[in-house]
Write a protein of this length. Structure first.
Ligand code: SF4
Length: 314
């Protein structure tokens, strides 16, 4: 999938505000791309734009989302409906609100097989039980007849993952899928996702604010700040040498071991008060006059690494 120059606006009382701007992002086959940033930076808007699931107050200003030869932002809605779930699926943050509380797990798991593949009830049930087994339930027949409230948070997230892979999508988008879970369940879910991506040869867009998670998960990392991807690198290189001052600050504050935590100074500005020039300049230790006037364009450092910062490329 290739997202090119994607900009999205949201309607507010005072007019449209840009929530993401010129987002470029490519995910190759079998690749895990982690999109990292603080909450409100535009990660979820990027993901929802791909599936055209943005609410009515949003509008795509420009850009394209190329997926297997088609621009998902330009095709008719009927065609898009066939892509959601079948070719690209999504796992959301809060499993309890994504599952229907009054329907048994089995009913919800087999629905995709009935609706999209037209399977008869018996065969759909067999496939659903296989799927529940694949996502790690030891007694899938028992789970099949339970309601969501009878499962733990981690188990509910397993069910959602089962549903999301049921039609064998090529790309799975996971939006902070472990945020509401305890640490033990979090690592179980991450390991499950990792093994499913490998076994089923899927690609994954993984959205998170947590650099500890992506260290063990990703091939490529994109760092997002105020609606822009400010740096993209292969995972191993990123952890050795982050280029953007924001990435350096994130890494420093996430991985200070046994030393005093050094947070990034200041806070993320409100969308209504986005600074001119480089959006990170009020918080940057290396700010120059130019940074306050102009917004940096992406500078390629090497194959697989680019950064939006005036410290590089001149
Ligand atoms: Fe800092 Fe300037 Fe680079 Fe922005 S462009 S991150 S303000 S040095």
């Amino acid at each position: 999938m290739e997202i090119r120059k994607l900009s999205v606006e949201v309607m507010t009382e005072t007019g449209f505000l840009e929530v993401i701007k010129d987002v470029d992002l490519t995910i190759d086959e079998g690749e895990i791309y982690s999109l990292v940033g603080e909450s409100g930076c535009g990660k979820t808007v990027t993901a929802l734009s791909v599936l055209r699931l943005l609410g009515p107050s949003f509008r795509v200003k420009n850009g394209s989302v190329l997926f297997r030869g088609r621009d998902l932002l330009a095709i008719p809605e009927k065609e898009m409906e066939k892509i959601r779930g079948r070719e690209i699926s999504m796992v959301f943050q809060e499993p309890m609100t994504s599952l229907n509380p009054v329907l048994k797990i089995g009913e919800q798991t087999k629905e995709m097989f009935v609706v999209h593949l037209g399977l008869k009830k018996k065969e759909a049930k067999e496939r659903a039980i296989e799927l529940l087994k694949e996502v790690g339930f030891e007694n899938p027949e028992k789970r099949y007849h339970q309601y969501p409230h009878q499962l733990s948070g981690g188990q509910r997230q397993r069910v959602l993952i089962a549903i999301s892979i049921s039609l064998n999508p090529k790309l799975i988008i996971c939006d902070e899928p472990t945020t509401s879970l305890d640490v033990a369940s979090e690592w179980e879910i991450l390991n499950l996702l990792l093994s499913l991506v490998r076994e089923r040869k899927m690609s994954m867009l993984f959205i998170t604010h947590d650099l500890h998670i992506v260290e063990n998960l990703s091939h490529k990392i994109g760092i997002m700040y105020l609606g822009r991807i400010v740096e993209e690198q292969k995972k191993d290189n990123f952890f050795k040498k982050p280029y953007h001052p924001y990435s350096q600050g994130l890494l420093r504050s996430a991985f200070m071991r046994g030393e005093k935590l050094i947070p990034i100074k200041g806070s993320v500005p409100d969308l209504k008060n986005v600074p001119k020039g480089c959006k990170f300049h009020p918080r940057c230790d290396y700010v120059m006059d130019l940074c306050m006037r102009e917004e940096p364009k992406p500078i390629r450092i090497d194959d697989g690494t680019w950064v939006r910062c005036f410290l590089y490329g001149n």
